[in-house]
Design a protein around this ligand. Sequence first.
Ligand code: ATP
Ligand code: MG
Length: 357
Amino acid sequence: MIFDPVPKESRKDFFNREEEIERIKSLSSPITLVLGFRRTGKSSVIRIALNELNFPYIYIDLRKFEEKGYASYKDLILELQKEINRLVKRFPSITGFIKRIEGVKILGNEIRLRWGGDKRVSISSLLESLNDWAEDRVILTIDEAQELLNLRGANLLSTFAYSFDNLRKVKIILSGSKMGLLYRYLGKDNPKSPLYGRAMNEIELYPFNREKSEEFLRLGFSELKINFDKFDIVYENLGGIPGWLTYFGYYYYQKRDLSEALSKTINTAIGLIREEFNNFLKTRAIAKDRYVTVMKTVINCASWSEIKRALEAREGMEISDSEIYNYLNQLIDSSWIVKKDDKKYCPSEPLIAKAFS
Ligand SMILES: Nc1ncnc2c1ncn2[C@@H]1O[C@H](COP(=O)(O)OP(=O)(O)OP(=O)(O)O)[C@@H](O)[C@H]1O
Ligand SMILES: [Mg+2]
């Protein structure tokens, strides 16, 4: 069902995005980036592409470490271990390649990876052995990869660069809803980064415009044989983020009541947005109130000096320009706000504005 509010696995439940899925499937660079605001369908397009490509793959979702604020090397290795064991069930021949690596132990049909001590497993050598094993391609996918910025005890950038330059069969797919953070992490344009200058296959999922939102709802409702024509009201209230439109369709399907479905969608969205914003604030506790003030000030868009004035008025003292730039850049990097052509700062989508009003 198109309005099923979970990441989709196949195109039959998925609307549009054909071009984006094909571009992911092209694997035209050793590293593919799938970017887009929250709930634009990144995880879905990646899963659909992986299912259609039918190459062996590892899929790790770092979302769960967002709340904790960091992931340790152990966390990452345990996730990899789970995925490698899943692969080995399907392709037992991997074991022969992987068992020679330091930090790998075979216990019957199970593979154990050592995450601590001086003999811990290295992710580069795991990728190397997968590269040796693979006939054609093997894919490493890391969803919400900007969380790697908070990885403790290791740095994957040189692993990625090594794989990019040497492991022909390994393809890496990274997704990020905090696009600025992901770019900053990868440092493609930073001469000091191991990935400097590498051309990546980049795909960005934009929210639907008014027409596409209507088409999406039309398709979902026709699948359910429901008559619906209040497309404009929905778009004006929710905007074009596919995930929110999916919730709307799902709630409308349950009760067939427009205003109830709208308010349930808004409440769900606001709940999720606030929870995510609290995660954002966790690592920025000292400036917490200032970030909230900025968000409240930009609800209907605001200029730099309006934001500065609002911050200073709240505290009754001067706040330096560099501090203000820093708050705005961090909010932009994590996709909470965007800077428009007229130099005004705005919430990156309408429901973020609602979450702060
Ligand atoms: N084009 C689409 N057709 C049908 N459903 C979609 C489409 N795009 C997104 N969805 C739905 O929207 C929701 C969010 O999609 P998904 O989880 O794939 O996005 P995401 O960008 O990974 O989100 P998040 O930022 O939360 O990780 C899911 O319920 C998904 O089924
Ligand atoms: Mg996702």
